[in-house]
Design a protein around this ligand. Structure first.
Ligand code: UD1
Ligand code: CA
Length: 459
């Protein structure tokens, strides 16, 4: 395959976002906007990938480094326009002969298939430049494609430089291009700033190419959403919706039932097994794996966790944890990071579990906090029980062996160990280890004062 390099333009501030942060770091489906074009170049297997940054460059670098490991960051100190941005990449591609794919950091919905099609058209047609253009109803804000009477492209005019009759043109420049590297860099220096914004427009290169007799062609796409530029918060909200909807559609195709795809928020890089049902208003984040036949939601938030077969998570939060098979969680419970919950566990209402290991068959039905705890098989935790795991300095562990029955409203003051098959009485404050098979009673004995009420009223 012919060699391809890519340049993603992302140095601008994004003034129309009205934000203190660079536009390309705004979140789309749980990831910075830049994740999407960078991921696209990774999937295309492009070896040399450049990213032009400028506005708050260090912040952009820091927030993209985890998904941009072999990206070359190119600095554009002053944002003088898109042509100037591409020019900054020239020293890195001096000896490169081949195709340069140019993507915009603020066009995150561009599809892999379209880009692939564009690259192969570019090669087949031997174009010096291939444009991705689309006819849209409301072309406001985009550069317009100018064609002659034979429909040949002659140039691109930016919105603010349009004449009145050009204003009616509905074919727009998407900001996605393939260029012959040599022709691109030898013509770039000819672009000037003679326009209403006094910027070096990359789009001016089209006329320069045409004047040199170079071939400029275009392809289009039926999906008009994929080329939307994100320039405002409204565009951001639309792009968010579109990514979540695409992800939901992908999972449905793989056999997942999604009750209301418009109100389900599944991030990239999530696996869900067949016949799992995802109920509305559920958020599932990157790195999560959910097995088959589960019921997730409504109103659940699963953060980078594993959920086993036929498990239910109803109106609850599970963060960075592992949950086994045939288990049920919720409503209104919170599994905090580093917890491991076994099979056939029942976690009911208002239960918080933190960094704990809960073995198979445990029941933790109501209003409980377990932190730094280890529960062996078939432990029953009575309502209102808490582990007192923090002494103000250290986190201490609570160990509960198999078949233990903790009565309601216990305080388990850690470090403490409750032996196999033992019981604790309701209302106990357990401060000492309980040997196996024992009953621990750790509460004041009840005293009934005869006729107390009658005597009180007499006074
Ligand atoms: C650009 C195109 C326009 C096209 C539209 C599609 C130009 C002159 N115009 O307009 O024809 O219809 O995209 O979305 O290219 N950037 C830099 N350095 C700069 C300026 C911009 O890196 O000096 C980056 C921005 O961060 C952004 C991208 O280039 O990611 C596009 O810039 P933007 O200002 O958004 O251009 P548009 O006005 O949208
Ligand atoms: Ca833009």
């Amino acid at each position: 395959m012919e060699s391809i390099s890519s340049i993603i333009l992302a140095a601008g501030q994004g003034t129309r976002m009205n934000s203190a942060f660079p536009k390309v770091l705004h979140q789309l489906a749980g990831k910075p906007m830049l994740y999407y074009p960078i991921e696209l170049t990774r999937k295309l297997n492009i070896k040399k990938r450049l990213l032009v940054i400028g506005f708050q460059a260090e912040k952009v670098k820091k927030n993209t480094s985890c998904f941009a490991n072999d990206i070359i960051y190119v600095y554009q100190e002053r944002q003088l326009g898109t042509a100037h941005a591409v020019l900054q990449a020239k020293p890195y591609l001096a000896d490169f002969e081949g195709t340069i794919l140019i993507l915009s950091g603020d066009v995150p919905l561009l599809r892999y298939a379209t880009t692939k099609r564009m690259l192969s058209h570019h090669k087949k047609s031997s174009s010096a430049c291939t444009l991705l253009t689309v006819d849209i109803e409301n072309p406001e804000g985009y550069g317009r494609i100018i064609r002659d009477c034979q429909k040949k492209i002659t140039g691109i005019i930016e919105q603010c430089d349009l004449s009145e009759d050009q204003n009616a043109i509905t074919e727009i420049n998407t900001g996605i291009y393939c260029f012959n590297a040599r022709e691109l860099f030898s013509s770039l220096a000819e672009v000037n700033q003679e326009n209403n914004q006094q910027e070096y427009y990359l789009t001016d290169i089209i006329k320069i190419f045409i004047d040199k007799g170079l071939l400029v062609t275009s392809i289009t796409t039926q999906d008009k959403k994929e080329i939307s530029g994100v320039n405002s918060r409204i565009d951001l909200a639309r792009a968010n919706k579109e990514i979540y909807l695409r992800n939901a559609i992908d999972h449905m195709a793989k056999g997942v039932t999604i009750i209301d795809p418009e109100n389900t928020y599944i991030e990239d890089n999530v696996k869900i097994g067949r016949d799992t049902v995802v109920y509305p208003s559920t958020i599932i984040t990157d790195g999560t794996e959910i097995a088959e036949k589960c019921q997730i939601g409504p109103y659940s938030h699963i953060v980078s966790s594993f959920i086993g077969t036929e498990t239910k998570v109803y109106s609850s939060v599970v963060e960075n944890s592992i949950v086994g098979k045939y288990t049920s969680i919720g409503p209104y419970s919170h599994i905090r990071p580093k917890s491991e919950i076994g099979d056939q566990v029942k976690i009911g209402n208002y239960v918080e579990i933190k960094k704990s290991n809960i073995e198979d068959g445990c029941k933790i039905g109501h209003l409980t906090y377990l932190g730094d705890a280890s529960l062996d098989k078939n432990v029953n935790i009575g309502a209102g029980t808490i582990t007192c795991n923090y002494d103000g300095k250290n986190k201490n562990t609570t160990t509960i062996e198999e078949n233990v029955f903790i009565g309601s409203n216990n305080s388990l003051v850690a470090p403490v160990k409750i032996g196999k098959n033992s019981y604790t009485a309701a209302g106990s404050t357990i401060t000492q280890d309980v040997p196996q098979e024992n009953l621990a009673v750790a509460r004041a004995r009840q005293k009934n004062i005869a006729n107390w009420a009658k005597n009180k009223t007499k006074k």
